[in-house]
Design a protein around this ligand. Structure first.
Ligand SMILES: NC(=O)c1ccc[n+]([C@@H]2O[C@H](COP(=O)([O-])OP(=O)(O)OC[C@H]3O[C@@H](n4cnc5c(N)ncnc54)[C@H](O)[C@@H]3O)[C@@H](O)[C@H]2O)c1
Ligand SMILES: O[C@H]1[C@H](O)[C@@H](O)[C@H](O)[C@@H](O)[C@H]1O
Length: 338
């Protein structure tokens, strides 16, 4: 069966995913698009051969929409996801699931009341081949029990609209999700150390930031978020265990030797770095939706956890304190014990 997808939000990543669903992923067809900017909606719909609908509610309700893709701005996600659950339609929501813990919990409760999983959150790093290999190694026990994780999340530049809280909410949230998954552990506290800021970008921004997390099992994580590093898009992750370590591979790139130098290119944006992960993420989601399976990717609970932890990280920076995450116990519905 072809899965007919309705898209809410035709901005940067919305257009990327519409292209992906139209040109790369088999078994999917984008049938409806909406955006509060009608020109954007028209252009994106025309490229996909879809129709434009007036708003998110109309997309969710449409007869020719089997599944919903939410790629609008973060604060609008909860409304669209709740509408999709009320209509019993599978919904893929780009991160964040919602910007507040309360809204995330409303989604969790609505999904539990529905009785089957419908929600998947767009944490695409779980689909990256390198992270998947790291997880296999950790799960196999080859490096022993994980003790420490060192990470870096570097973007070359960000626009002026990027503000200091976004280092946690928009950027570190990827590490927060992927590390919970990699370690099969929960993050229980956050602390932020702010070094001297770079002079290369806007004065309003505290950049870089060093985030320190502790997990329930006592693993310590350090994460440098540096979103104006100038030189490229660079994601690093190294897990140190009792008997060895495992490191995320850099993307494959040829080495060029010339004029007395050996050079290897560094990627410059997240679109290129995670293109294969995004493709795999959507292939797997569409395949599951097509046969009526529950989605197996990051759940509404994972979206809730990521929002709680990233909000705690913002609080930690603002107060200068170690902030304990205030998370509800995980319900059995999401693999927990409650
Ligand atoms: N997984 C990732 O790596 C990744 C990367 C980029 C963005 N994102 C997430 O995707 C979302 C969109 O980001 P973006 O960079 O594409 O932003 P964007 O501003 O380019 O696009 C968002 C679009 O949504 C539209 N919109 C906003 N509210 C709407 C509503 N209620 N109904 C319909 N349309 C609405 C806007 O007009 C805009 O066209 C954000 O939540 C962001 O965090 C995820
Ligand atoms: O929204 C983007 C996106 O999520 C990228 O994956 C991340 O590297 C950026 O820091 C963030 O601003």
């Amino acid at each position: 069966m072809t899965v007919r997808v309705g898209v809410i939000g035709a901005g940067w990543i919305g257009q990327e995913h519409i292209r992906r669903l139209t040109e790369t992923v088999t078994g999917a067809q984008v049938t409806a698009v909406t955006d509060i900017d009608p020109t954007r909606a028209e252009e994106a719909a025309a490229r996909a051969g879809a129709r434009v609908l007036p708003d998110g509610a109309a997309v969710v309700a449409a007869d020719d929409v089997d599944a919903v893709l939410v790629t609008s701005w973060g604060p609008t996600h909860a409304e669209h996801v709740l509408n999709a659950i009320a209509a019993a339609k599978p919904v893929f929501c780009e991160k964040p699931l919602a910007t507040t813990a309360e809204d995330c919990l409303r989604i969790v409760e609505a999904e539990r009341a529905h009785g089957r999983r419908l929600v998947q959150v767009g944490f695409m790093r779980r689909y990256d081949a390198g992270y998947r290999q790291m997880k296999q190694v950790i799960d196999s026990g080859r490096i022993g029990e994980p003790l420490v994780v060192h990470c870096a999340h570097r973007n070359p530049t960000v626009p002026e609209s990027y503000h200091t809280d976004m280092a946690a909410l928009d950027s570190a949230v990827h590490e927060i999700d992927v590390l919970r998954w990699l370690l099969d552990d929960e993050i229980v506290s956050a602390q932020v150390v702010v070094p001297r800021s770079t002079s290369k970008r806007f004065a309003h921004l505290k950049d870089p930031q060093i985030m320190l997390f502790e997990t329930a099992k006592g693993v310590r994580i350090d994460l440098e978020v540096f979103v104006n590093c100038q030189y490229g898009y660079d994601i690093q992750c190294e897990t140190v265990g009792e008997e060895g370590l495992v490191r995320l591979p850099d993307p494959a790139a040829v080495g060029v030797r010339t004029a007395g130098q050996h050079n290897t290119a560094v990627l410059t944006d997240w679109v290129g770095r995670f293109v294969d992960a995004f493709d795999t993420e959507f292939r797997e989601w569409i395949a599951e939706v097509a046969v009526g399976n529950e989605p197996s990717g990051p759940s509404a609970w994972d979206g809730y956890a990521a929002t709680v932890i990233s909000n705690a990280t913002v609080e930690a920076r603002k107060t200068g304190r170690i902030v304990t995450t205030d998370m509800k116990p995980r319900p059995a519905f999401y693999g927990g014990t409650e």
